[in-house]
Every structure is written in structure tokens, then in C-alpha cells.
Write a protein that binds this ligand. Structure first.
Ligand code: HEM
Length: 392
């Protein structure tokens, strides 16, 4: 056994020495001098130029073909043209590749950026304007809600509840609302991670996990988008009638909704503040967000999806979603901790008589007067006993 180990040891030592003292392989023979071309020689990676050719005043503006005459292989004129957004020849069918032959987009100057190729200009607008100012807008919205909450707290009822219930939202209205709300929140969270995740999430979870997460969220975003589009239309149609402006809204606005006086201003089913969210958020911003989102999802038939189309849609989508999120931060605040009973109304459908009287007095008066039924959905579908509403 000992002899065997000794032999192995010696063999290994010999091999090691041999490896160390390997005679370095002979340096490869120098490559043969490149063949002399008609206008000069071509060395390894520099294209020989015909003597004096670059002294030609037209040298800089030569076309690629002209340059090939004096300096074969030098495609600088072509790349200069490419860099200026010139479209060259491509065998790709235009129908499939509308921008075939155009490697770098022509120069444009989007608002807030410097003159550069459209791609670069878009990148500047996104990274230097939309992302930082968008973050500021969202933080201001959250900050304002926090300030409001810590200064005013949850808006409570002044009077006692009577126990008599009024149906504020039918089961259909609630399911339309929550389908829309869930799609919106999914889109907002996935959108925020895609836009801002690299600042607050990537440093914590690392690139691998972040890569997978953003990939999954991007796909979730692309699927939740069309759901949001459909549910938004349903929500718009469903709540349209009660969001029509009325003269009482003007009084509400002029009194700031009683925000500073502490006494609530009478309003119909939805007050002027809710109507601004409806027309400004659901309709105006909603339409822009959905429209630009469908372009980014390439879901608009017949549209030619060029890079500029996607860049412009991306910028519009970015700005509109940031404003919509800021607006709905206020709505969600009021719809959760901001006002006692509001969330319960959208979850169960009913409010107490006192709630209706204090927060939507004109709506309550119409119910008292029998102009609006206290129960709109069929009792079977209703979550509260029918009897209690009749006696309002
Ligand atoms: C988590 C997210 C959300 C919560 C917690 C929430 C909560 C509420 C609550 C509690 C109400 C009842 C307010 C009242 O009684 O007057 C309400 C109404 C409403 N919500 Fe939301 N909501 C959310 C998201 C959304 C989104 C994303 C949209 C549309 C894009 C939306 C559109 C509406 C509309 C149209 C009404 C009816 C009131 C009106 O027309 O002004 N909500 N929401």
C-alpha cells in the first residue's frame, strides 16, 4: 500500500513539473500581409485610405459608395446617415415591419427633452420628467390624505343611527364597482413596480427576483388592462344618471363641501366632489388611460404600431395614469378610512338613515318624498331585510 501511494505521489510530482516547464507553443507565424486592394491596403481592423483622400473637402459628406472608393470597408457615411434617422433599404415586407430599414428614428424634440433621435428624446422625457414628477405627485397625494386624516380623522356621524336602512348601491352597482376597483388597483401596483421598482425594490430583492417579478407583473398588467377597460365603461354607464351636474353642486363647490366649516353641504346621491372624480377621473382620465393602454397592448385593430406610436402612447399613458392614481388616492381614502359607513355602503349596499341625512341630505329628502325608492334592487337580491326600508 505504502509503495503504491509513493508511486502515485511521484507520478503526480513529475506531471506537475512537466506542466510548469512546458515549452511555450511557438508564436503563430505573422499573418500574411493583406492583399493589396486597388486603392490601398486593408490591415486588421483599420481600413486603409487612399493617400490624400481625406483631404477632399467633400470627404465628410461622401456617400457610402463614394467612401468605398477611397476607403473600402469604411461605412461611416452609412452610420452617420443611420444616426440621423435616414431610412435605408431592407428586404423586410413593409406590411410586417412598417419601419423596416430605419435603425434609429429621425430626430425629434419631445416637450422637455433636447433634440435627439425619437427614442432618445422619449427616454429623456420618461426618465427626467414623467418618472420623477410622477413620483412627486403620488407622494403629494398620499401626504395630503395623511395630513387630512391626522388633522380631521375619520368623518363620523353627528347624530345617532336610527337603524332604518336605505339601499345606496344595488348588487349590480357594487359588483361593477369592485370589478373595476380591483382591476384598477392591480394595474396601479403593477404599473408602479414597473416604473419605480428599480428604485425601491431591486436594491432589496436583487435582480433575479426583480426580473421575474416585473415580468409577471407586466403580463398581469397586460391582462388586467382590458378588464379595466370593460368595467370602466360599465361603471360609467351605471353611475352616469346620478352624476349629472345640478345647480346644488355649485353651492357645494362654493362652500368647499363644508370641508373647512365642518358642516356638510346638502347634496344629492353623489356630491360635487364625487362628480368631479366621475367626470374627471372615470371618464376623462379613464378614457385616455384605457385608449393609450390599448395602443401599448397593440389591441387597436388597423393601427400601425411604429416606435413613435408606442413612445407617444407610453408618455400619454404615464402622465394620465399618474394623475388618475393621484385622484383615486383621494377617492380610496374617502372610500375606506375617510368617512365612516362609506366603505360598508359599497360593500353591503346599505346606509343608515342618519348617514343619508347627514352626508347626502337632498338625496335623503327625495327618498322621504318618495321620489326615489329606499330599496331599488329586488328584496331577494337585497342583503338587508326589506321591512326596515319601507318605514323610512
Ligand atoms: C380600492 C379602490 C376603491 C375603493 C375602496 C372605493 C370605494 C368606494 C366607495 C366606498 C364608494 C361609495 C361612495 C359613496 O357612497 O358616495 C365608491 C363609489 C364610487 N367609486 Fe369607488 N372605490 C375604489 C376604486 C374605484 C375606481 C378605480 C373607480 C373608477 C375608476 C371607482 C369609481 C367609483 C364610482 C363611479 C362611484 C360612485 C360614486 C360616484 O359616482 O361618484 N372607484 N367607491
Amino acid at each position: 500500500m505504502r509503495r503504491f501511494l509513493l508511486t502515485i505521489g511521484l507520478a503526480l510530482a513529475a506531471w506537475g513539473v512537466a506542466a510548469q516547464t512546458q515549452v511555450p507553443a511557438a508564436a503563430p507565424a505573422p499573418a500574411a500581409a493583406p492583399a493589396e486592394t486597388s486603392l490601398g491596403v486593408k490591415s486588421a481592423n483599420v481600413f486603409q485610405i487612399a493617400p490624400g483622400a481625406d483631404a477632399d473637402p467633400k470627404y465628410k459628406d461622401q456617400t457610402n459608395a463614394e467612401r468605398g472608393q477611397v476607403q473600402p470597408g469604411n461605412n461611416a457615411p452609412m452610420w452617420r446617415a443611420v444616426g440621423q434617422g435616414v431610412t435605408g433599404y431592407s428586404s423586410l415586407p413593409k406590411s410586417q415591419a412598417p419601419e423596416a430599414g430605419n435603425l434609429i428614428q429621425p430626430f425629434v424634440q419631445y416637450p422637455g427633452s433636447r433634440l435627439a433621435s425619437a427614442g432618445e428624446s422619449w427616454r429623456q422625457v420618461r426618465n427626467k420628467i414623467i418618472i420623477p414628477y410622477g413620483a412627486a405627485l403620488l407622494l403629494i397625494a398620499v401626504g395630503a390624505m395623511a395630513l387630512f386624516y391626522f388633522s380631521k380623522g375619520t368623518l363620523e356621524l353627528h347624530g345617532q343611527e336610527t337603524g332604518r336602512k336605505i339601499e345606496r348601491f344595488t348588487p349590480f352597482e357594487r359588483s361593477a364597482h369592485w370589478a373595476n376597483a380591483i382591476a384598477f388597483v392591480t394595474l396601479a401596483i403593477s404599473g408602479i413596480v414597473m416604473a419605480y421598482g428599480k428604485f425601491f425594490l431591486l436594491p432589496i430583492i436583487g435582480s433575479t427576483l426583480f426580473g421575474w417579478l416585473t415580468y409577471a407583473l407586466k403580463n398581469l398588467h397586460n391582462f388586467a388592462g382590458p378588464l379595466f377597460a370593460v368595467s370602466l365603461v360599465v361603471v360609467f354607464v351605471t353611475f352616469l344618471k346620478d352624476n349629472m351636474p345640478s345647480k346644488d353642486d355649485l353651492v357645494w363647490v362654493l362652500k368647499g363641501g363644508g370641508l373647512f366649516s365642518g358642516t356638510e353641504v346638502p347634496s344629492h346621491r353623489f356630491n360635487a366632489g364625487e362628480k368631479v372624480v366621475f367626470w374627471g377621473g372615470v371618464l376623462f382620465l379613464g378614457a385616455i388611460v384605457v385608449g393609450s393602454g390599448l395602443v401599448l397592448d397593440k389591441l387597436i385593430p388597423g393601427l400601425i404600431y411604429e416606435r413613435s406610436t408606442m413612445q407617444i402612447a407610453n408618455m400619454i399613458h404615464g402622465v394620465a395614469t399618474l394623475f388618475m392614481m393621484a385622484m383615486f388616492i383621494g377617492h380610496i381614502y374617502m372610500g375606506t378610512i375617510g368617512m365612516r359607513g362609506a366603505y360598508k355602503a359599497m360593500r353591503e349596499g346599505y346606509v343608515d338613515e342618519t348617514w343619508a341625512k347627514e352626508h347626502h341630505e337632498l338625496w335623503y329628502d327625495d327618498i322621504k318624498a318618495g321620489k326615489i325608492p329606499a330599496q331599488r334592487s329586488t328584496p331577494a337580491a337585497a342583503s338587508a331585510p326589506a321591512a326596515s326600508t319601507a318605514s323610512v
